[in-house]
Every structure is written in C-alpha cells, then in structure tokens.
Design a binder for this molecule. Structure first.
Ligand SMILES: *Cc1c(COP(=O)(O)O)cnc(C)c1O
Length: 396
C-alpha cells in the first residue's frame, strides 16, 4: 500500500490532537532555557495565571503537568481521595470508562452507573444517588464534561444543582480535556472541585501538557487524602509555582506554546471562541441530517460543539470508510472507540478551525460516503454552507 500522502495540507479532523496554529508552532521554535534561571519564572507565571481565565476561575489554583490528560486524571484522584473511598461515576462513553479504570486501580470503590453511550450524566440520578447516601460515604462525583467518544456533553451546572439539592458534601471532579477552550465551562460558577484538562484539544497545542484546576474545598480535602502521591502531588508544586517555577523539569517549549495559545484565545475572546464552536457544530449537524445519517447524541440539549459522532448504516464499517477518506483526501477522521467501534465515526471541529476548514472537512466526508458506496443523500455540504451563511455574525 502506498503511504505517501497526497500533496497539500493534512486535515487532522479528529477530536484531538487538533491542528496547531502556525503562531503556536513559531512560538515553540525557540531555544530551551534554564528552567531554574531568571527568565523562566515569567513564562511559568504567565502560563499559570493565564490558564485561570480559561477555566473561568478566580479562586482556583492551577497545576501544570508534563503529561497527557491521563496523568491529570490520576492527579485529581491521588490528591483528593483515600484507599477504599466510595465514588460515583457514569458510563457516558469510552473516556468515562478509562477514568473509572484508574479509580479502580487505586482501590476506590466505584459505583459506575451504566449508560447507553448516547446520553450524558443524568442530574436527576445524581440527586437520587446522593440523597440515598444517608451516611455521606460517597466522597466524589466524577463527570466527563464532553465525552469525546460519543459527542455528548454532560450538563455540569445541573449536576452541581443536583448535588446542592441533596445537600451532599461530595467533591465534584470534571474532565474537560476535549471541552476546555471550545465549549463554555465555568469552574467557579459551577462549583467544580477539580477540573482536569489537556493541551492537545481546544488549547490547540501538541500533546504533552495536562492540568488540574483546584477549588479551595479540594485543597482542604487533599490535606486529609491518603492515597500515595509523589510526581502528581499538588503540595510539591505549590511553593515553586508561586514564582513561576516547577519542582521538576517542565516541558519548557510546550509552555512557550501555551503562552501563545493563551494570547490567541484572549485576542479572540472566550465568548467568541465558544460561539464559533457552537456555530460550526450546528453546521455539521445540518450536513449530517441532509445526508440522512444519524447523530449518535440522542438529546439535543447535550450536543457537543467540539465534535460530532455519526452512525453509519448497518453493514458499513467506519474503519474502512476512514481509511478511504485518509488515502484519497489526506483527511483524518475520528475512529469509533470500544463499544461503538466499527459503527461510528467522529468529525472533530474544535481548536484552530474556520468556515473553510469545516466545509473542506465535510466535503471530504461527503465524497468519501459516495466512494465507499454508503447510502446517503447528497447535499450535506450545501446544507452546511446555507447554515453558515444564515448565521454569519460569528464568522471569522
Ligand atoms: C483525549 C481525552 C482523554 C485522554 O487524554 P490523553 O491525553 O490521551 O491521556 C481523556 N478524556 C477525554 C474527555 C478526552 O477527550
């Protein structure tokens, strides 16, 4: 098989890692400096402070790890919980299932509420489970905000309201790895205790950094938490972070990129970033409906603005379809993961993305459907263009 890609730019339209803007690439193309030298502290502080506005927090502390998102999942657990603690988790999809596995490895007692991979966390169920916990033995509720395997967003503000309605003291831990800087997310306002995030999705950076944003309540819980921790310890980070330094060698060049990503987001304005993502997601759904295909997300209140997961008709395989699209158009689409492997492909529309990136991506999908002989109606791209034209205010 010929693996030489066709000429022209590769379209990386998986829901992370996402395309890295040229400005960020240039910002990283710079000599690595001494991470204990005088110049470094300013970089570290700019990153730690700048991230707070992206988490929409003023009271939270931010920690940066040289790790993929999985590391920050683990950090959230080991800093706040003790062996044998009961926790409540929801099977919204592949990533919720992986986070549960980590909790299990650390000896937590996980109540894993089954799900159909088409819905988010049910706030009513959160309230019922917490109300039934008379002894207050549940120590934390875990939610994946944007479930990247399904394109379903859990309604975190409603989960918070449910916890408050139950007057339950459990911590709220939320994974925003594929929603931060793409979908509106409010760490303080929603009373989240630990927010987990990563560099390679909405932040438009290469993989390799991940984050915890920590509430005062989570900080207090960490003083009593007994799970062993060393590399991930917030306590080890706090003192050096105060002046912009780290307890071990940070990923210096990724931090150059992060500083530039924060500038890009500030220039556009977070509300505009969210509106841009909402608009592109709605245009994508217009295309999918025009094709006559089904969107995996079953509740329109829970549609993701980062990605759209699309079901193929019975008898057609997404892996074959994606391979064909990659070979013909140099376009990478997201795979179906675990329970939906073979049946679902995902269109990533997050990060460094504009109207023409979207239209080209959808054109690749539409031409691919034709080449693969997958039954569909033509006109998805036209429907998306009509939608974008009718909603022009946020175009950029
Ligand atoms: C990508 C992703 C992860 C995994 O992050 P890694 O960087 O691959 O460790 C976890 N959760 C969600 C929601 C994700 O989208």
């Amino acid at each position: 098989m010929n693996h030489t890609p066709p000429p022209g730019r590769h379209f990386l339209q998986i829901p992370g890692p996402t395309n890295v803007p040229d400005r960020i690439l240039r910002a990283m193309d710079y000599p690595t400096i001494d991470h204990r030298g005088p110049a470094f502290g300013e970089l570290g502080r700019a990153c730690l402070e700048g991230l707070k506005s992206v988490f929409q927090t003023t009271t939270g502390e931010v920690f940066i790890y040289p790790a993929s998102g999985t590391g920050a999942w683990e950090a959230a657990i080991v800093n706040t919980l003790s062996p044998g603690d009961r926790v409540l988790m929801f099977e919204t999809g592949h990533f919720a299932t992986l986070w549960r596995k980590i909790a299990h490895h650390f000896g937590l007692e996980v109540d894993f509420v089954p799900g159909d991979w088409r819905h988010g966390v049910d706030p009513g169920l959160v309230e019922a489970k917490l109300k039934a916990d008379a002894t207050r033995s549940i120590k934390a509720v875990f939610c994946v905000h944007n479930e990247t395997s399904t394109g379903v967003v859990s309604r975190i503000a409603e989960v918070r309201a449910a916890m408050d309605a139950a007057a339950h003291p459990a911590l709220l831990l939320v994974d925003t790895i594929s929603s931060l800087a793409s979908i509106d997310y409010r760490h303080d306002e929603w009373g989240v205790d630990v927010t987990v995030a990563g560099s390679q999705k909405g932040l438009m950076l290469p993989p390799g950094l991940s984050f915890n944003c920590v509430s005062p309540k989570a900080r207090a819980a960490s003083a009593l938490a007994r799970l062993p921790r060393a590399f991930w310890s917030w306590d080890e980070m706090r003192a050096p972070n105060a002046t912009g330094y780290f307890p071990y060698t940070p990923a210096t060049n990724l931090l150059y990129g992060l500083r530039e990503a924060l500038r890009l987001l500030e220039e556009e304005g977070l509300p505009n970033v969210f509106r841009r993502h909402d608009r592109h997601a709605a245009a994508t759904r217009a295309a999918v409906r025009a094709w006559g295909l089904e969107i995996l997300c079953a509740d329109e209140r829970e549609y993701s603005s980062s990605l759209t997961a699309v079901m193929l008709p019975d008898g057609f395989n997404e892996a074959k379809f994606r391979q064909l699209v990659l070979e013909r158009f140099n376009l990478s689409l997201g795979a179906g993961l675990s329970k939906v492997a073979g049946r679902v492909f995902r269109i990533g529309h997050l990060g460094d993305f504009n109207d023409l990136t979207l239209i080209a991506t959808l054109a690749g999908v539409e031409m691919g459907l034709g080449l693969a002989g997958i039954p569909h109606r033509p006109g998805g791209v036209t429907a998306a263009m009509a939608f974008l034209a009718s909603q022009n205010e946020a175009a950029n």
